[in-house]
Design a protein around this ligand. Structure first.
Ligand SMILES: CC(C)(COP(=O)(O)OP(=O)(O)OC[C@H]1O[C@@H](n2cnc3c(N)ncnc32)[C@H](O)[C@@H]1OP(=O)(O)O)[C@@H](O)C(=O)NCCC(=O)NCCS
Length: 164
């Protein structure tokens, strides 16, 4: 990863300011500091980030993506993934999810699950490309991102035992 000016890191509460700044860039209904803190402290939670170098050979890294997931028994539950808008389309989410899946497999996960807004076409294209498939729908699961209407969640799943 270093050849691309990227490095993987374990996210901690010390990253809160960077997390919140990135969260507000990426979501219309952002998590609060309290939501992040609860997730950071949860026993089953895993949280990875990718930092990017400001200059090709420099040493000034800043947070550009994060992945929050949990491993409970043999299931990986993806809570959220986000990449800084200016750095999308460069394979960063793919790298991060790959690292998360590797960690989840080592912790015993056999399958990965997540919910995504039915209108989130970028995320759906991303997850489908990563081998997830839709296994269900939760009607009116989310508050509307802009309007007062609620929105369905699509439930996606990937078998982590395939391709090993
Ligand atoms: C979804 C998201 C994480 C993808 O991050 P990314 O770093 O741009 O993804 P990658 O570059 O690794 O993309 C891998 C593949 O996913 C698909 N993909 C990603 N973004 C896409 C888009 N906007 N439209 C269509 N396909 C897309 C493509 O197949 C892409 O491969 P390609 O570049 O060879 O065509 C990013 O758009 C994001 O942060 N969105 C806002 C937060 C969010 O909605 N998170 C998901 C719900 S928790």
């Amino acid at each position: 990863m270093t050849e691309k000016g990227l490095r993987l890191k374990h996210i901690t509460a010390a990253d809160m300011d960077d997390l919140l700044a990135l969260e507000h860039l990426c979501f219309s209904r952002p998590w609060t500091a309290a939501s992040f803190l609860a997730e950071l402290l949860a026993e089953t939670a895993c949280h990875l980030g990718i930092e990017k170098n400001t200059e090709p050979a420099g040493e000034n890294f800043f947070l550009t993506a994060y992945l929050f997931f949990r491993v409970i028994a043999d299931e990986m539950q993806i809570m959220k993934i986000a990449v800084r808008p200016a750095h999308r389309g460069q394979g960063i989410a793919s790298l991060l999810l790959g690292a998360g899946i590797q960690q989840a497999r080592q912790a015993g996960a056999a399958a990965s699950f997540l919910e995504v807004r039915s209108s989130n076409t970028a995320a759906l294209a991303f997850y489908t490309g990563q081998g997830f498939r839709q296994i269900g729908i939760r009607k009116d699961y989310y508050p509307g991102s802009k309007s007062a209407e609620r929105e369905d969640a699509l439930l996606l799943m990937k078998n982590l035992k395939e391709g090993l």
